[in-house]
Ligand binder design. Structure first.
Ligand code: PLP
Length: 418
């Protein structure tokens, strides 16, 4: 088959594809023996699932609502009732100066990143080639292949702060964040996938100031953040200003299959995004917004995030961290401080095998993790650290996470020759 540049670029082996393939095959094979610590599926939280079931029944019981749910195309900006309710909620809760004109919906926030990245980076009409700058590597695997052109990202290595003998935290190294004429936007996830890092308010404010100074947007990926789904175990103030683009999602709340991404930005950006969305998708699916509308209107989504979702993941994080320390004892390992999201980022210093080899060995043992080398978009130079980390998801069944961590411990010790 003779493909265009686009066709060739988007059919290359992409990290995100291998991850979603692992996830899909594991689920499709129905193998009870596989321990899934790889993907980003949210945990099963009965209280959340009951609310979703109830909302679905309410929609089915009302013919007008059912028609609205499946029988009409909504506007390209997304369902208007949901957008209006969300604008009010965010004004009230976060004090953000926004209205419905500041919000656009996409088919998952993954689609929002694809559209936004390519709006702000790539070949420009003035002949320049702009890039998205990631101020703190490691970063989300899903960004890696989202550029329509090559050399799409630049990234800065972080400072590594050692918190205790086996715990570390990445910090933005502002000396390494070089913004040039070629920088189209800054982008950072907070909490960060894959590390569970939560950038401090200071770090985010400094990044926002830098972006403002260079007249480029700061894209804040808030898929796990505040005020919902609120998977944050430290203090973190949600930031929005005229120069910031905040991306949110209903996925980690428990609705990944409803594919609902939320973009908050100044009106000209939302208008542009809705225009591109119309060309690519006509409109955004309204399933997620219909399911979540009443939760947003009533503010119940905030209570759920605060009282149900955050404690669920905090407990999972604490237990997974304790198991990591138990099973890795005797190795030269470090756990990134788990401050949010649903991942442990494990660093095996001077590991004699690569993280990809470790991933393969764990897969043979029925444990699916993600090799850390995928999470460094924009880092071109060789850096051993890149081949020494793995990402482990702790959102699923606790007994399985325990068993999985035990097997990881055994395989890592074997690799170190312990
Ligand atoms: N951003 C981050 C940091 C993520 O981890 C994910 C999914 O795992 C996404 C964005 C995309 O999520 P969705 O497209 O389901 O909204």
């Amino acid at each position: 088959m003779k493909l265009s540049k686009f066709g060739e670029k988007f059919t290359r082996q992409a990290g995100i594809l291998s991850l979603m393939d692992d996830l899909g095959h594991a689920l499709a094979s129905g193998s009870e023996d596989l321990i899934m610590m790889g993907g980003g599926n949210p945990g099963h939280i009965p209280e959340v699932q009951n609310i979703i079931r109830q909302r679905l029944q309410d929609l089915l019981a009302d013919p007008d609502k059912l028609h609205h749910l499946v029988g009409v195309y909504g506007p390209p900006q997304g369902d208007w009732d949901f957008i209006a309710a969300l604008a009010q909620l965010l004004q009230r809760q976060c004090g953000w100066d926004i209205g419905p004109e500041n919000i656009g919906l996409t088919n998952g926030s993954q689609a929002a990143f694809f559209l936004l990245f390519n709006m702000f980076a790539g070949p420009c009409t003035d002949g320049s080639q702009r890039q998205i700058q990631l101020p703190l590597a490691s970063e989300y695997i899903g960004y890696t292949d989202a550029g329509l052109s090559d050399n799409f990202f630049t990234a800065a290595r972080p400072d590594i702060e050692f918190i205790d003998a086996h715990t570390f935290k990445y910090r933005v190294n502002f000396d390494a964040v070089h913004i040039t004429e070629q920088t189209g936007a800054l982008c950072v996830s907070r909490p960060t996938n894959p590390t569970g890092n939560v950038l401090t308010d200071d770090e985010v404010n400094q990044l926002a100031a830098l972006a403002r100074q260079h007249d480029i947007p700061l894209i804040l990926d808030n898929a796990y953040g505040m005020p919902f789904p609120g998977m944050v175990f430290t203090e973190a103030t949600p930031l929005y200003d005229e120069n910031t683009i905040v991306c949110m999602s209903l996925s980690k709340l428990g609705l990944p299959a409803a594919r609902t991404g939320i973009v908050i930005a100044r009106p000209e950006i939302i208008k542009a995004l809705a225009g591109i969305n119309a060309i690519v998708n006509l409109t955004t699916g309204s399933f997620g917004s219909a399911l979540a509308l009443e939760l947003v209107r009533s503010g119940e989504i905030l209570r759920l995030s605060r009282e149900v979702i955050a404690p669920f993941y905090r407990r999972r994080a604490e237990r997974a961290t304790a198991w990591a320390h138990e099973y890795l004892e005797g190795c030269d390992y470090y756990v990134h401080k788990a401050e949010g999201a649903m991942f442990l980022w494990l660093w095996f210093k001077d590991l004699p095998i690569t993280n990809l080899e470790l991933y393969e060995r764990l897969k043979q043992r029925g444990v699916i993790v993600v090799s850390g080398h995928y999470f460094f978009p924009g880092i071109e130079e060789e850096w051993a650290h890149r081949h020494e980390c793995i990402r482990v998801t702790y959102a699923q069944d606790e007994d399985e996470v325990n068993r999985g961590m035990q097997i990881i411990g055994t395989e890592v010790k074997k690799a170190y020759g312990i």
